[in-house]
Each structure stands twice: as C-alpha cells, then as structure tokens.
Design a protein around this ligand. Structure first.
Ligand code: MIC
Ligand code: SF4
Length: 646
C-alpha cells in the first residue's frame, strides 16, 4: 500500500519509533516559531538549557499578541525578545509586522518540513504542505536546542473534497462544516490530510484558513498537498525556490475517510458558546449585531480583505455597527493598499487597526454589554471575551453583516466580485530582523517584568490535598489562565499571573489554593481545550496544583501539565467523578510506584471514606519527566545527551 502525505513527511524526519497510531514517535524539527505571549517563557527556558545558538534550520520570534504599550512592560518584553533573538540566531518579526501564522505562511513556510510553534494555530502553515504543530513553549525551547519532538503517532484522516464552492461560500465554511460534523473533540489524536479534486479550487491562504481552524477540532494538525497552486503562491512571494511537489500516493491508506462535496455547502455561522455550535446562515439571519471584526490568523489574508473591500466599494457600514479590520500582516496591508482598498475601507466607515491579534486575544475591541459581535476569528467561548455573545463566520458573511446591522446572507449581495490576484505580493522584509552576526556583543534587554523561571522539585511520593475546584466539560485554557489586556502583560511574571488562575470560573481559586498548600482540580471532557499557553499549567503549578482528574484531556494542555510535573489522570469509572465534591480531601499514595507499575492508580477520598480508580496513559518518557518534576528538570539530563560541543 502507498503512503499518505503525513507518513511521507514523518518518515523523512523520524528518529525513533514506528508510524503506528498511538505509539510514541520522535521527529526532528526543521523550524520553530514563538510569539510574544509564549515567547518570553520559551526564551528563558531555552536560556536555561545553556547553548549559544539555536540548532534548527530556522527559528522565528514574532510579536503580535500584546502590542498595547500601556506602560514600560510591553516594550521591555519586546526588547527582551528582540535582543534575545539577535543573540541566539533567531529571526525577529517586529510588532506591527503581522500575526505569526500569516507571516510564517507568507515568508517562511516550506512544503514537506516540520514546524513546531508555541501557539495552537501553528497548523496554519499546513496550508502549504508542512506538518506544523502547536505545542507548549517548553517543547519549542527544547526543539530550538536541537531536541527531537515526541508525540503519539496520530491517526490520519483523509478529508476528500469534491466539487467546488458556490459563490459567496468560503473556505471558512468548509472548516465550520467539519466542526459541525465532528465537534471540538472530533479531532483529538488525529491529523487531517486534505485531498481530492475539490482542493484544486482553493488558494493557499484559503487552505490555511482551514488548517488554522483544525485546531478547534482538537486535531494535532491539518495539511494540504503541495502542487502547482502552492508553487504559484510561493512565486508571488518571491520564494519559488523552496517549492517542491508533495502528495499522497494514489493507493495510500488512511485510518478514516471523510467526504465533503463543496458544491453542497452554504454560508455558516458558529454561534455562541463554542466553535462547533455551527448553523446554516438561514437559521440565524437577522440576529442583531453591533460589532463586526475581520481579522485574526484565520481570516485576514489579502483575499479576505479584498472581498470585504469589493463589497464596500459603494456602501457604508451600518450606523449601529462598529466595524473593525485587522489586516493579518504588513504585506497584506501594503498589498491591499496598492489595490486601493484602504480608501474604500475609510470611505465606508470601517475602523482600521495595525496588524496583529488585537481583539482576538482580548487586547481591545471588546463588545459593549449586551452587544452581539460577529468575527472572522476561530474561537468564541465566553471566557475568552468577558461573557459576550460572539458569532464566527467568513469575511463574506462579516461584510454583509456590517452593512446590514444583523447577520446577513452574502449571497443576497449580487454576483461575487472579481478579486484581482497580485502577480507579486508587496515584498519587504525590513520588519524581519535577521540574527546578529556578532552575537557575543549583543546584550539582552531585561526589564523588571521579566521574572526568573519558576522551578519545582521532583515528584512527591504521597500526593494529598483538597479538591480546590470542580468544573464541567470543555474547560478551555481561557478559563484556566485568561488573557486580555489586564493579564497578558504578565506572561513573563508567573507569580503575578497566578493571581488570575481560573478567574472566569472562580476568582477565589488562587487565594484558596495558597491557603490549602495546593491540591487537585476535577474536570470533565476535553479539559484544557484551546490554546497552547503553558501558563495554564505553569501558573497552577506555582499555586501547588498536583494533579487534574478529568474524563479526557485536550492534547496540548495534557502535554503542558506533564511538562510542569502535574499529573493528568482520567477516571476509570466516569461515575466516580459525580461522587467527588469540591472541598473533598484526596490522597494518592506511592504515586510513582503506582504509575510505573501499570496504568491504574488508586485514589482515596478521605472525606467520603471511599476509594476509586484513575487511569494514566503516560509513555515511559513521560513518566520520567513527571518523576523529575517536569520537562525542564528532565531536560537538563536530556540536554547532556543531545548537546554536543559546538
Ligand atoms: C490563542 O489564540 O488563544 C493564543 C493567544 O494565540 C494562544 C497562545 C497564547 O495563549 O499565548 C494559542 O492559541 O495557543
Ligand atoms: Fe492571535 Fe487569535 Fe490567532 Fe491566537 S487565534 S494567534 S490570538 S489571531
């Protein structure tokens, strides 16, 4: 049997293991990316390994998440990242140059390579035939140091696209259709490999919209083949030389197959409170909307903004709508400017921002009380946006809504406009700074907001403490460690951040955790879905969290918990979860012996006088990481193995 694309790329990078779903493999990493919100910690972690230069083919440090210069902290952090990058062989993309995923796709992604990024939407570069995986900052730091990346080989799902999209139906609707079918848990442990005739009707940035939002399925990553369309995009980027054709063998095998006939799709909207609450537009048409935003790494490409501009050419934004446009990158900004789109946006009454994440991570652009907001983003759970009602849709639906003041079907706008595709995008990398040629002379700028890395000792033998919090299903990292303009500036100061752990759920959590000397959290299904932010493990670690008992865990958060020495454990009998109450005292004796002896551990509920069982699925390597008290402690040993003398 032939090989699928995932197998081909993994085989070319395999250093350990075999490509059987569920088995641990290790692969070499060609490229890494970090962004400012996760990058400061990743930098400190890389520094702790103690080598003079990154060992990847390419590492890029982006500033895109927090750009509000409210006080000294923000610029200090950026200068830290800039000087750090210069010193350690990393390219630095300046604030304002764009969202990491958009810029990476434009300037750095290479078909067939492996990219690891400390951001859950790293799979955006899968739109160009890369295996691009979102992980915690520590995993990226170690990859920068030359360590291979370990993962359980996911199942490979073939998504076969046939037909082509109707006018006004967008790439966003393809991924919303998958979310509708599969839910936010549907991609767990899977890679989505797209193929079929329908692929030919999509451009690379449209493919990137789809692979970007595969993160919301919980997938490890998603990717498209690399063909003549990829080559044309790379040519327009002035990078044709990195192109190579890549596709699955005709007789390749897959673990699952999903078919989508593109011609049957219609515009769709993901309604609150979750990206999988997807409805066809006819069911929500007319819902009043007071704010519309076109932006985020999902939908802020040249094509997306030009669709908006073409529609707005002879129209005005509705008087009751605040309509924001956040271009994905400086390149997008400049290219649409050359086509006259900025004049159109201004004349129509749109509000233009610099390129970056902005409202997507709660850095401004918050809707008013009781105001519905429709965005082209990828996430809409209420904890992320202070409880507001957020709807997610394509730029086509967004612009139709912005001029109507209510959710509107773009198909009623008339014939679909012709989008002029540039022969060349605006190519100017002056906001991407190469590493210094004299690294020894670069001094790292360390403002007072950069606090030392929190550390911990090795795993205790006896874990005992209270259930500090019991939560339901689908708790996201935005519930555990929120972002936004109050908290994001503290990303390099863990003790300060820890004061906000679980703030949207129970603001007393940090105080109680400290009073009780740490303890346990009990969760439901898909615990820790969403972002890659390791702060959702690191800050709870700082508060003494010992273990999370849940029904199931999201991939990146599970890895982050292990990386910081917190045990992710699942209930053997799900009903046992119902018998635990917040405040119960739990104990796990001889925890490491139990973990090493098998997959089942016995937990005592000292308050209720009962015992119950939990299960773990740790690999032998993960057990050693947990025993050491986390990946950094473990990496010091590991480092000795992979760090050779330069
Ligand atoms: C997000 O969209 O949630 C973020 C902010 O980009 C995060 C990263 C972070 O929290 O720094 C992500 O998706 O990984
Ligand atoms: Fe930025 Fe939003 Fe994309 Fe996260 S999802 S990288 S916050 S634009």
């Amino acid at each position: 049997m032939g090989r699928n694309l995932v197998q081909k790329i993994f085989e070319a990078h395999l250093v350990e293991g075999e490509l059987t779903p569920g088995r641990e493999i290790a692969v070499t990493v060609d490229q890494t990316l970090t962004q400012d919100a996760t990058g400061t910690m990743a930098s400190l972690q890389f520094e702790a390994v103690g080598i003079p230069k990154v060992r990847t083919k390419l590492s890029v440090s982006y500033v895109d998440h927090n750009m509000l210069q409210e006080d000294f902290k923000n610029m200090d952090d950026h200068l830290f990242l800039q000087t750090f990058a210069a010193k350690y062989g990393i390219y630095f993309s300046k604030p304002g140059n764009g969202i990491c995923h958009q810029v990476h796709l434009e300037r750095f992604a290479v078909p067939g390579q492996i990219l690891l990024g400390s951001d859950s939407h790293t799979p955006t570069s899968g739109g160009m035939g890369m295996i691009a995986i979102g992980v915690g900052g520590l995993d990226v730091a170690l990859a920068m140091a030359g360590a291979p990346f370990y993962l359980k080989m996911p199942k490979v799902v073939s998504v076969r696209l046939s037909g082509s999209l109707q006018p006004w139906v967008a790439a966003k609707d393809i991924i919303l259709e998958l979310l509708r079918r599969l839910t936010v848990k549907g991609g767990l442990g899977k890679i989505f490999e797209y193929g079929g005739e329908g692929v030919k009707s999509l451009t690379v940035p449209e493919q990137a919209t789809i692979t970007n939002m595969g993160a919301e399925l919980g997938a490890t990553t998603s990717l498209f083949p690399s063909d003549e369309r990829t080559r044309a995009y790379l040519k327009a980027q002035g990078r044709e030389e990195v192109w190579k054709p890549l596709q699955a063998d005709p007789d390749a095998g897959y673990d699952e197959v999903i078919e989508i006939d593109l011609s049957t799709l219609e515009p769709m909207v993901a309604c609150p409170p979750s990206p999988d609450n997807v409805r066809p537009i006819r069911e929500v048409e007319g819902t009043p909307i007071g704010q519309v935003i076109v932006g985020s790494c999902t939908n802020s490409s040249y094509r997306d903004l030009m669709v908006v501009a073409k529609v707005l050419e002879d129209k005005k934004v509705h008087p009751m709508v605040s309509f924001h446009i956040n271009p994905g990158s400086r390149q997008v900004y400049e290219t649409v400017a050359r086509k006259g789109a900025l004049t159109t946006f201004i004349a129509a009454g749109a509000r233009l921002s610099e390129s970056g994440c902005l409202g997507c991570i709660g850095m401004g652009q918050a809707p008013g009380s009781g105001v519905n907001s429709l965005r082209t983003f990828n996430r809409n759970w209420p904890a992320r946006y202070g409880g507001s009602q957020i709807f997610l849709a394509s730029p086509e639906v967004a612009v139709a809504t912005a001029i109507t003041g209510a959710i509107a079907d773009p198909r009623k706008l008339g014939p679909f406009p012709k989008i002029p595709w540039p022969r060349r995008f605006a190519l100017d990398d002056s906001a991407i700074l190469p590493p210094s040629s004299e690294p020894e002379r670069v001094e790292i700028h360390r403002g007072p907001n950069i606090k030392p890395l929190p550390t911990r000792g090795s795993m205790e033998q006896h874990l005992e403490g209270e259930v500090l919090l019991k939560v339901g299903d689908d708790i996201s990292t935005d519930h555990i460690m929120p972002a936004g303009s109050k908290i994001l500036p503290l990303r390099s100061n863990i003790p300060a951040m820890a004061e906000y752990v679980f703030e949207p759920v129970d603001p007393t959590f940090p105080r109680r955790a400290k009073e009780k000397g740490g303890g346990f959290v009990v969760g439901g299904v898909n615990y820790g879905q969403g972002s890659s932010r390791e702060h959702a493990a690191l800050a709870p670690m700082d508060l003494g969290l010992k273990a999370v008992l849940a029904r199931t865990f999201a991939r990146i958060h599970r890895a982050n918990l292990i990386n910081f020495g917190i045990l992710p454990l699942s209930f053997v009998d799900e009903q046992d979860s119902d018998r635990i109450e917040q405040g119960d005292r739990l104990a796990i004796e001889g925890v490491l012996e139990q973990v090493r002896a098998g997959t089942i551990l016995v937990v005592k509920n000292l308050t209720k006088g009962i015992t119950f069982q939990v299960r773990h699925d740790f690999t032998p390597r993960e057990i050693e990481i947990l025993a050491a008290g986390g990946r950094l402690n473990h990496a010091r040993k590991e480092a000795e193995a992979f760090v050779q003398v330069d």
